[in-house]
Ligand binder design. Sequence first.
Ligand code: GDP
Length: 530
Amino acid sequence: MSLQSEIEKRRTFGIISHPDAGKTTLTEKLLMFGGAIQMAGAVKARKASRHATSDWMKIEQERGISVASSVMKFNYQTGGSDFEVNLLDTPGHQDFSEDTYRVLTAVDSAMMVIDSAKGVEAQTQKLMEVCRMRNTPIVTFINKMDREGMDPLDILADIEEKLQIECTPMSWPIGMGKSFKGVYNLHKKELNLFSAGMKTTDFDSIRIDDLSDPKLDELLGNQADELREEIELLEGAADPFDLEQFLIGSQTPVFFGSAINNFGVKELLNAFCELAPHPGPRDAMQRTVNPDEKSFSGFCFKIQANMDPAHRDRIAFFRICSGKFEKGMTVRHHRINKDVKVPNATIFMAQDRAHVEQAYAGDIIGIHNHGTIKIGDTFTTKEVLKFTGIPNFAPELFRRVRLIDPMKRKQLHKGLVQLSEEGAVQVFKTNLGGDYILGAVGVLQFDVTVARLKAEYKVDADYVATDFQIARWVTCDDEKKFAEFRKLFDSALAEDADGCLAYLAPSAWKLSYTEEQWPDITFHKTREHI
Ligand code: GDP
């Protein structure tokens, strides 16, 4: 098969949602349609164990579990075409971390799940901000239609307002909660009737070309007229689907359903495969790389450690950007400027790990790492390249590290630098006093860091609170101005593990005030890896 046709059938995406909107349930149903799991409950079981308490052993187990579900690859056929789907897990709940953000730098599109009773929630908003950085196309699924929720038009308005993306409904719900009858697919002109607890992976759609068809009244009773009215209203109000607008992330096609009842999921997956883009060009520092270039290239977006505590074994996840990866390949590691042989890369099938024989743009492979791979590293087979757009994200939570045995300062430094290179946590060393401040976006990252410092570096440390609430990396073209700023803000400045300077502010208000007062300084929310 040609490189081009391998690329065209790939869909690499992640799910963005707020905890409890139904991501796990939807994932499970998607995998069932993909034939990747036979039984409902498989993904759920993983999640259940993820919710266990956060002592060290449990964190270890969780890590094993989250590797298994980091990437779920499955094959799917629709519309006479064959698709290779790579679903990348975006950890939520307690294991929400910077990885969740970074995974989104490795996808070509995203599925957004919204709870119909809650509308847009905080975590979805944050994840959407990351999608915006690359204008990632988004397909929306409004879940839990079997429950009483917000009015569908209000949900769309909420999305448009909070996420600044235009909504175009592809299907329209008939009632909700107890009176939920199903959805009418506006494009296919098909009616899908709902029955709770649908077990089958296939159900019949009823073609209704003309909404005035009396068949509609037979099937829906007095809700038929309601549907007619709503669709008439919609035709005046909503913009039609525009592929171009979708592909640049400014319009999202919206579907309604109920993941737990397996309703509307197949429709969603079919449309997703048809509409979502295959792997496209990626920017590197040197140039833009096309997926159909013959030579292999890829970047590391996630490192998972301690899969086997006996071996200090780490796996670096690479997103392939171009060419073909083949087993046993030798690749160029751009940062250390060396060739490395990759004897046993892993590909992640929905349930198992298998050795990769070959993989293409859009696929994710796992490479064993003994500490030489950092997040953002690029591997190629030809020229030296460095992909961009896999940044550090400004942390949202802070802790000051307290070292219990002062003699272990060197080990502490080494441990923190390595953990930050793996993306486990961000480390800042204050200009004044040289204290270590850790930054994270998920609170579990702090527990993991202390536990790993002890287990892997034999360092006992704990945390004390800090006043910092917000961080921004700072740069300035005007040396003199920058020196002034540094002098005045010395006590609020800290260097990260790569030596980049960050301003740590006690509040969002203080940050915006400082930004206003210092127009020559640029305050960055993300920082590219060096
Ligand atoms: P996640 O936190 O986003 O992964 O959400 P889950 O998939 O775990 O779902 C959260 C809760 O919502 C669980 O109790 C699910 O059973 C429930 N849930 C998921 N989908 C639906 C749905 O379509 N309807 C109803 N009523 N509940 C649902």
